[in-house]
Design a protein around this ligand. Structure first.
Ligand code: AVI
Length: 325
């Protein structure tokens, strides 16, 4: 009998990456954890609470664009009647893009919606929701890494691509990472394709700091939850009471950063690995970069893109920009 061994499952591979990224990050000076790991079930829920906070303006600003300037978006993204694939990187619950989908469907435009997300759970919820809301929608969910899935999308069809990267998710990359990301995106696209990238703009520094430094402590819990995740999934023993959230915003560079401070000198073990913290030692947790129009244009130019359109919310706090190779 021919017995086939199962290849390592996606879940196991993800768990391996999680473990090695966390352990490597904690060996760094300064110690560093990646905010991409904030989003387990509890993290998803806390982010939902963040988006509901009056001080966290980002989601409402971009929603304003998608709700009230949908026709402008369509004119910039979809000139002509050619069919296309609408690919959304990190689609999540697709709250904003649903307004675009609704308008496209009502106009009888021929497209397939392809949400990409690392969470299979979120994608199956989204598939269910959209299929019942828009029974006529063509939808192909792609679970995994952005660029692997972009290539998969290209292998499934050779239609024009319209790629959405919303929510200032690009701000969670360092400037160097954002540049690499855009270069990579450029290599995966052709001239007929379009990309929409959402950027949070520089503004009164108090408004920005308040969005990430809420008195209710939701953003603090969002950060601390990664320590809980390490305890639960990697056998860690972080004592959450001994770490404190600290938020900074530098209006010159536009870097809004979050840290956890070790309140005492302490040793933490993760499985069999011991990690020592000095009193007041920091863990670098997340960057939420804010942009000027010049920096956005510079990023596009450096990575081989031309910006062919931009739409602001009514307060001009956020901008959705359209990029072309
Ligand atoms: C998902 N991302 C764009 C959010 C941001 O604003 O950087 C994540 C976040 N972190 C703290 N609050 C929200």
């Amino acid at each position: 009998m021919n017995v086939q061994l199962d290849p390592q499952s996606k879940t196991e591979k993800n768990a391996d990456h999680f473990r090695s990224d966390i352990l490597n990050g904690l060996k760094n000076t300064p110690k560093k954890l990646s905010s991409k790991y904030f989003y387990d079930k509890i993290g998803d829920h806390l982010f939902q609470q963040i988006m509901d906070m009056p001080s966290y303006y980002l989601t409402r600003c971009e929603l304003d664009i998608f709700k009230n300037k949908t026709d402008e978006l369509i004119d910039l993204l979809i000139p002509g009647n050619e069919s296309f694939d609408l690919i959304e990187l990190g689609a999540g619950d697709a709250m904003k893009s649903t307004y675009l989908l609704e308008k496209l469907i009502s106009k009888g435009v021929n497209f397939t919606y392809m949400p990409i997300d690392i969470s299979g759970n979120i994608l199956s919820i989204l598939h269910k929701k959209l299929s019942s809301q828009f029974p006529e929608i063509k939808i192909t969910c792609l679970e995994g890494d952005y660029f692997e899935m972009l290539q998969k999308a290209a292998s499934l069809s050779d239609r024009r691509k319209v790629v959405l990267f919303l929510g200032s998710n690009i701000g969670n990359m360092t400037p160097e990472e954002a540049e690499d990301f855009c270069l990579h995106l450029n290599k995966n696209l052709s001239q007929k394709d379009r990309v929409l990238i959402g950027f949070d703009l520089k503004k009164n520094p108090h408004i920005i700091l308040n969005a990430y430094n809420d008195k209710e402590g939701i953003t603090a819990s969002f950060n601390l939850n990664l320590l809980t995740r390490i305890n639960n999934e990697l056998g860690g023993n972080f004592d959450l009471k001994q770490f404190q959230h600290y938020q900074t915003y530098d209006p010159v560079t536009g870097a809004c950063r979050s840290f956890l401070i070790s309140l005492i000198r302490q040793d933490v073990t993760i499985d069999n690995t011991r990690i020592s913290f000095e009193e007041n030692e920091l863990i670098d947790m997340e960057i939420s970069q804010k942009f000027s129009s010049e920096k956005i244009r510079e990023l596009a130019k450096k990575t081989g893109f031309t910006i062919t359109g931009e739409i602001n919310d009514s307060k001009k706090w956020f901008v959705d920009t359209i990029w072309q190779v």
